[in-house]
Design a protein around this ligand. Structure first.
Ligand SMILES: [Fe+2]
Length: 197
């Protein structure tokens, strides 16, 4: 799960075992890295988007970055509430993020929308997996935190994809319908990230 070992834990009277807290903190810190990475990528889009849709996308991307900044804070402070150490520097974000680097050649609105939709889909899958994992571990509060993030990310993915969804698709009835687009996006991103190292 990346370089997040040997972090100090602090004693707390919270009624959650140290074993549960260590596992949940590891999941939270992993999510924190990707959330920080995604936030800086959305800012990159906010600053550099060009074209006739400049102003509305510039504003939309800023709202999305502000929302992610709130999630960064929520996730990091859940780590410290559990007695852990938040791993939130830029270097740690790079080391532990699931996302690949933002395409610096993106110019017009559509380039940025496509790049961000891919990243929101991959990040959305991570967060949804984290809901299940923390719920299974027995930390309903962290699962609820991730659920709040997940709902907002799904909404933003809709905002992004609505720019691209100009015609409805026919629903597939063959075997390939089982793989979601997010699964494919996450796989593609993991592959590209491995290739970049
Ligand atoms: Fe700005």
């Amino acid at each position: 799960m990346g370089s997040n070992g040997n972090q100090p834990f602090y004693s707390t009277q919270i009624d959650l075992s140290i074993d549960l807290r260590t596992q949940v903190v590891s999941i939270l810190n992993h999510a924190l890295a990707s959330t920080l990475d995604l936030k800086t990528q959305v800012k990159q889009a906010h600053w550099n988007v060009k074209g006739m849709d400049f102003y509305q996308l510039h504003e939309l991307f800023d709202d999305m970055a502000s929302e992610l900044e709130e999630f960064v804070d929520m996730i990091a402070e859940r780590v410290t509430a559990l007695g852990g150490t938040a791993l939130g520097t830029a270097r740690l974000a790079v080391a532990n993020s699931i996302l690949e680097e933002y395409p610096l050649e993106a110019i017009e609105g559509k380039d940025h929308i496509v790049a961000l939709a891919e990243r929101y889909a991959a990040y959305g899958k991570l967060v949804r997996d984290d809901i299940d994992e923390t719920d299974d571990l027995g930390d309903a509060d962290t699962a609820d935190l991730f659920t709040e993030v997940s709902r907002a990310i799904d909404k933003r993915l809709w905002f992004l994809e609505a720019h691209l969804q100009t015609a409805p698709v026919l629903l597939e009835t063959n075997g390939s319908a089982g793989k979601s687009d997010a699964d494919k996006a996450a796989k593609k991103m993991a592959k590209a990230k491995r290739g970049a190292k």
